[in-house]
Design a protein around this ligand. Sequence first.
Ligand code: NDP
Length: 453
Amino acid sequence: MSDFDYDLFVIGAGSGGVRAARTAAALGARVAVAEERYLGGTCVNVGCVPKKLYSYAAHFHDAFDDSAGFGWTLPAAPRFDWATLRDNKVSEIKRLNAIYERLLDEAGVRLITGRARVMDAHHVEVAGERLSAEKILIAVGGWPWVPDFPGNEHVVTSNEVFDLARFPERFLVLGGGYIAVEFAGIFNGLGSQTHLVYRRDLFLRGFDREVREFTRDEMAKKGVQLHFEANIERIDQAEDGLAVTLTSGERLEVDAVLAATGRRPHLTELGLEALGVELTESGHLRVNERHETSVPSILALGDVSGGPELTPVALAEAMQLVQHHFGDTAPAPLDYERIPTAVFCHPNIATVGLSEEVARERLGAIRVYRTDFRPLKHTLSGSPERCLMKLVVDDASDVVVGAHMVGEEAGEIIQGIAIAVRAGLTKADFDATVGIHPTGAEEFVTLRTPSRR
Ligand code: NDP
């Protein structure tokens, strides 16, 4: 046993920090965690979990409309009550916070409330205590970033949007990433008149182009007002809400503006600057494959270290890190290339592997199999919603290098397809798989003719 107070001191009790703490403790390490705000971090408190709950809430709008064609008559026009959703969410998150606390306690991890400051390579100060540790893990995540423009003090970020005091009847979101697209779908579904403002020609940069175009069209059909090639010039307090002036000259009056313009590593006042811990060009902590920063006893994982900002990535990195530093054998490196991901807009997007554009650039000869169709459910519901499914195949090897979907439950479907793509299965393997009928997912094993090469 070392002379340090702890073998591992974790700063930040988010998804990655808690997983690392528990896993290291299970291997016999003496572990403490400092957390200043809430247990479970962004994902549990102001991210994935509440977002998915609100997305479910928004889907009822379509479900009520869809039900008529199946013979249902609702007793009265459905009414949405924001306070009920918000307060039920608050109770659920409190329950999850308590579970996290119990998990740490049962693992024998000491939890300290407060923002820790790193004093040197082996010491931290937190809540008036100075503690030593053989390894210090920075798992502090990210923090929303808002661009500078006149009136930006009127915006909310994803930290506040879940808990708005009043439901915004008119809602505007700035940005074209995951959060912007998801919240446009959520507030539109809940009944707000919704605007999305994005500075380039098409949102979701980095996703497959056809997926982005299809999503644009589906969102517009559902009533989201898309303002591309525009940014916010200024926001002024109006008599009844906020007056937003766009760079295009357009002026919109809304009740709330969400800035979903990216997140930055939450490194303020951690003390790492004084220690000379190296950063990348994007301001994230630079780490090696063992998750060590330029000060080897200081480790980092998750959003603060600049990989894909996704909870399952932080969890995987935590398992890796613990195996490297507290396990017997070095783990295999993480495969960052084929990480599946979903955007919970309406309809959902899910994707794994390469977009058509990247595959074409990297591999040259590819085959694209794609279909878009009206799901069986909507033959009776009358909804104009369509579904897109797409496979990108390396022509030379027949390996499926990308799978993309826009449609109901896309995340649930692509999770299974992701195993096949990660395993490097071929289009012939997909073809030899018998479908499940009648589902939308069976299209992934019945696409026989290439749509283009
Ligand atoms: P993203 O980085 O995904 O998107 C930020 C958006 O803001 C981009 O469209 C960007 O435009 C735009 N932007 C940046 N700066 C400005 C500016 N000065 N003026 C106007 N627009 C600007 O960040 P998000 O905030 O949406 O989400 C953060 C991360 O959280 C995501 O990247 C994702 O990893 C994670 N997340 C994951 C979810 C999921 O798994 N379902 C859900 C929500 C978040 P441009 O394209 O031009 O750069």
